[in-house]
Design a protein around this ligand. Sequence first.
Ligand code: SF4
Length: 517
Amino acid sequence: MNMEKFQQSMYELIVETSTKLPKDVRRAIARAKARENAGTRAAMALATIAGNIKMAEENVSPICQDTGLPTFKIKVPVGANQIKMKEAIHAAIVQATKEGKLRPNSVDSLTGKNSGDNLGVGVPVIKFEQWENDYIDVRLILKGGGCENKNIQYSLPCELEGLGRAGRDLDGIRKCILHAVYQAQGQGCSAGFIGVGIGGDRASGYELAKDQLFRSVDDVNPNEDLRRLEEYIMENANKLGIGTMGFGGESTLLGCKIGVMHRIPASFFVSVAYNCWAFRRLGVKIDPETGEITEWLYQEGEDVDFEKELEKAKTAATAELGEVREIVLEPPITEEQIRQLKVGDVVRINGVIYTGRDAIHKYLMDHDSPVDLNGQIIYHCGPVMLKDENGNWQVKAAGPTTSIREEPYQGDIIKKFGVRAVIGKGGMGAKTLQALKEHGGVYLNAIGGAAQYYADCIKSVEGVDLLEFGIPEAMWHLRVENFTAVVTMDAHGNSLHEDVEKSSLEKLAQFKEPVFK
Ligand code: SF4
């Protein structure tokens, strides 16, 4: 095979996967948008998501800043040189990272050091399988950490919160899947897609679950029992009211695909792979002689163009908001201003904000801050940054990261440095809520995955500190305009996340009685 051509084909597959969502996924998002009532936070979030999809496509930039763990599934005719193919994929990954199409995302598990090029031990994941066909089939998924962390595995029989006993039968599986959607809440950037693997062992069960994510959203399961179960889940999971980003609403789940394999008598695993709305998976057919792409996969059916949403996202994402209160914040912010904010308010930020995620939070616990954070805003974000030809930093993607990881530190940091607001996604816990109340602070939920929308709000990079932690972990000083987010935890002890979790648990209980006998 012409390996140079194959490398180019893999580069094209990586760029297309990272920057353009497939048609079946767009249709699912459009359906969710149509279900959501206008004037709600969920509708505003979905409009921002739709606009972001269009922006990523137009800018040929990452849909979400979290590249995730690139995973390739490749089927090859007998005789294909898998060693050379692997080398070509590695080279294509390095090139795409260098050009800002992927964020450097591979870190040494023990030292935390970022390899800088998305390569590492076991990264990317490349799995080969031989087959009798005369072409190569390559599929790629970029699944981010926020949703990967919400994967869950059940060992039946078990007791489930809200649902009681889940037995070793189809009804027990039904309960596990509903529970999996409930436990994810908005933290995996809902509305999401789930792949379910029934059977196998702990490792092969998860692999089967992930494999389901390579199915088209619109296909029909050939197994009659699983078809019924998939349809049941799609109909009922959306009744949990978790909604987009966990803001509450009609659209929580966009797709459910279930696969089954044998197991040993002593084990009965149900494994669930959760994928966010930024469902970046694509595939190509490759000619084994020339290395060229002969066909792009997942192209069937109608396409959805989010052109209209692009305008809304660029100008005023909050135009969808109807009666919801909208407030402008300009740091430094006073305690008085913060105490006026309430859960549900939409804020637009103008001024400088500071990024900080895991490494920065750990660092700030025992060191001084490189900048004065009094009255300031911390943004939980690991952006994709590139230097232009003049040596200036350019923001390529900058959506929020999952905030709950900072829960052990956040409350202390708010009090120690006088921080007034924290932006992230998915919400935070009781310790942070208490600190917000005592000190006078708010938690602002940005739209997870809307990396292009937020990159567009960043008007300049004013500086960077602690770059030695790597690009995603450094403290970037970003000047923003019209940066939109929702107050989901306020200084009065209220948390939208707690409220939605509580009400969805109550709704979950309506599914306790057996359905599949
Ligand atoms: S959309 Fe959310 S969960 Fe998905 S990759 Fe981006 S940040 Fe992670």
